[in-house]
Design a protein. Structure first.
Length: 199
């Protein structure tokens, strides 16, 4: 009888957890990439600026910025022709002005001054994992990210891409962790550069 009850509960748990995953996503893309993807485009010497918008007090902000920088570099260099260059020259050209406070034309001028062809600005506003405990599901996890990616052509000042994207994935009895979050973020950036909608 005890075995039968355990099998029943295990079956109920499997039935309840299957199909209960939640995926919410959104994408708003403007700039030239709205009609033509960045995939295959020659971006030349590319400077990537990445930050976590909630500032240094956000949990693991430094690690998240490193992850975001690496993901943007991988997406842009695998789908387009680009040579990533350090941002030090651009920051020096901006002088005392902080790059998050600089406008597009200031960034383009600073990038021209240090010989870059393209600037990509990645602002991450959410990058989290959550564990939920309670009823009716005993537990569940979800991961979520939200970001803006802007890509500027330095010579013309043209906005090649301005995208705002988000994704939340999780649900009852799903185990999602940092590796899942990082993989989803990387895949989303790659889809964006290819010109695909959020999937």
């Amino acid at each position: 009888m005890k075995t039968l009850l355990l099998l029943f509960l295990a079956g109920l748990l499997t039935l309840y957890s299957s199909g209960c995953a939640t995926v919410k996503k959104g994408s708003d893309v403007t700039g030239l990439a709205r009609t033509t993807s960045l995939s295959g485009r020659d971006l030349g010497r590319l400077i990537i600026l990445a930050r976590v918008a909630k500032g240094e007090d956000a949990p693991n902000a430094a690690e998240k910025e490193i992850t975001a920088q690496a993901a943007a570099t991988a997406a842009l260099t695998s789908q387009a022709t680009a040579e990533p260059v350090p941002r030090d020259g651009l920051l020096a050209a901006l002088g005392e002005r902080s790059w998050p406070d600089a406008g597009d034309m200031e960034l383009a001028a600073a990038a021209r001054a240090c010989g870059a062809d393209t600037v990509a600005v990645l602002t991450v506003t959410e990058y989290v994992g959550k564990l939920h405990l309670g009823l009716p599901a005993l537990w569940g996890t979800e991961t979520a990210f939200r970001y803006q990616l802007r890509v500027l052509d330095v010579a013309s000042g043209t906005l090649l891409l301005d995208a705002n994207r988000f994704r939340l994935r999780g649900g009852p009895f799903l185990c999602r962790g940092l590796d899942d979050l990082n993989a989803d973020f990387q895949n989303d950036l790659t889809e964006l550069v290819r010109g695909q909608s959020a999937s």
